[in-house]
Design a binder for this molecule. Sequence first.
Ligand code: BDR
Ligand code: CA
Length: 317
Amino acid sequence: MAAQKIIIDTDPGIDDAMAIHQAFADTRLEVIGLTTIFGNVYVNQATRNALWLAEQGAYKCSVSEGAAKPILQKMNTPSFHVHGAQGFGNFVDINPIGKADPRPAHVFLSETIRANSNDIILCPIGPLSNIANLLDYDPDIVNHVKKVVIMGGAVYVRGNVTSFAEANFWNDPHAAEKVLAADWEIDLIGLDVTSTIQFPPNVFLEGGEKSPIIGGFILNISEFYIKFYEGLVGKTVCLMHDPAAIMAITDPDIFTFQKVPLSVIVEGEKVGNVFVCKNLERRSVNVAINVDIKAAQKRFKSIFSKADAALNKRINS
Ligand code: BDR
Ligand code: CA
């Protein structure tokens, strides 16, 4: 079967880096592009990090820089305390050689998606500003995207930046509202499931042993992230937010979904909160409400055990 084409819209970010390398290593996927967004870091750093990840993975995909700020609200400070000063924990040796595509992310997305009409799954794992800009720039794009699989929101559980809001929705609530209101198929992989996928350090140790280059890098950056979660949840674990979105594309069978229309609160105390809005006329979203955690861990381990083999194959091809 042909690999599923995807574009990842990302603010790398430790769990973003995990998700991107997971997608590079999974032969069921073809990553056509990475579009960058502010969030965990400023957008120029997100672009450097995305270029560097693609070069580290010897992966031929375009990188295109997106929005530097939210579509309406004031920009929040990036989450340096969660992801480190440059986004990869204490790892700062980030020196990409290549350059980003000259087109801004929304233009790159519009042209690339149209050139592959109904073949591309768009996977945003950062604030949704680029996707909102895409809808403004090219409203008919909803008829050319195969599906949108989003990491963001917390529908039935508490948030992670405030008790109401998850980070990606909180960083650009107007964009999240616009994207959820559009007439396209959306899978929402929010904290409802991603917070339950808590991997212990041995998952990363095993990846580092089996794939010293890619798995070793993931092991290195996981340490900073795990320290943050130790302080937050009181356990030595890594919450696998962004990798869960990639897994929802490759392994949807391990998730349970519920179909409901959603809306986002755009200002006030509950800003960024996403809620079920049965009174508004809009297309229902497939909200992930459960995941088989053991299966997720098994599949993640199996991908990373082969990550260096996949890398060597790309280098030698
Ligand atoms: C989301 O926020 C970011 O910090 C992570 O990369 C993830 O996309 C989790 O709330
Ligand atoms: Ca992210």
